[in-house]
Design a protein around this ligand. Structure first.
Ligand code: DQA
Length: 151
C-alpha cells in the first residue's frame, strides 16, 4: 500500500473558542467539529492529518520548523497572526512545503487591517469566506499539490 502524504493543519489564536466566538462571523462549529470533518475528508482523499491549535506565535513557528521533513504540506489558519507575523512567514518559507492559507470569514469584507496577509506571500492559494468548509476545500487542494509533487 502507498504511504499516505501527511498534512499539518495549524490553527492560530482564539480559534480554540470557535462555537462561542462571534458565531455570526465564524459559524457555530467548534474546532473539534472542524477536526472531525477534516479527518473524514482526509481519509477519503488518502491523506493523513496532524491537526493543532495554539495561541502562542512561537509555538506555531516551532511546529512549522519541525514540519520540514515530517509533513508533505501545511494548511494554516493563522488567525490574527496572519496580519502581523513575519516570523510565521519566515518559518513557512524555510519549511519548503506547499502551503494553503484558510480563513473562515471573508477577510476582504471585514476591517481594512484584515485585508493584508503576510502568509499569502508564501501560500500556493488562499481560501476564505466559506466557513469550516474552507478547511475541506483546502484539503482537496492539498491532495492535488502533494500528488503533483510526487510526480
Ligand atoms: C480568521 C480571520 C482573522 O482576521 C481573525 O483574526 C481570526 C480568524 C478567520 O478564520 O476568518 O482570528 O483567520
Amino acid at each position: 500500500m502507498a504511504i499516505e502524504a501527511s498534512v499539518l493543519i495549524l490553527n492560530g489564536p482564539n480559534l480554540n473558542m470557535l462555537g462561542v466566538r462571534q458565531p455570526s462571523v465564524y459559524g457555530t462549529e467548534t474546532l473539534d467539529d472542524i477536526e472531525v470533518a477534516c479527518q473524514e475528508r482526509a481519509e477519503a482523499l488518502g491523506l493523513a492529518i496532524d491537526f493543532r491549535q495554539s495561541n502562542n506565535e512561537g509555538e506555531l513557528v516551532t511546529w512549522i520548523q519541525q514540519a520540514r521533513g515530517e509533513h508533505d504540506g501545511i494548511i494554516i489558519n493563522a488567525a490574527a497572526f496572519t496580519h502581523t507575523s513575519i516570523a510565521i512567514l519566515d518559518a513557512l518559507t524555510l519549511a519548503e512545503l506547499p502551503v494553503v492559507e484558510v480563513h473562515l470569514s471573508n477577510i476582504f469584507r471585514r476591517e481594512s487591517f484584515r485585508h493584508h496577509s503576510y502568509i499569502s506571500a508564501i501560500a500556493k492559494g488562499v481560501i476564505c469566506g466559506f466557513g469550516f468548509q474552507g478547511y475541506l476545500l483546502a484539503l482537496d487542494a492539498m491532495a492535488s499539490l502533494v500528488d503533483n509533487a510526487a510526480l
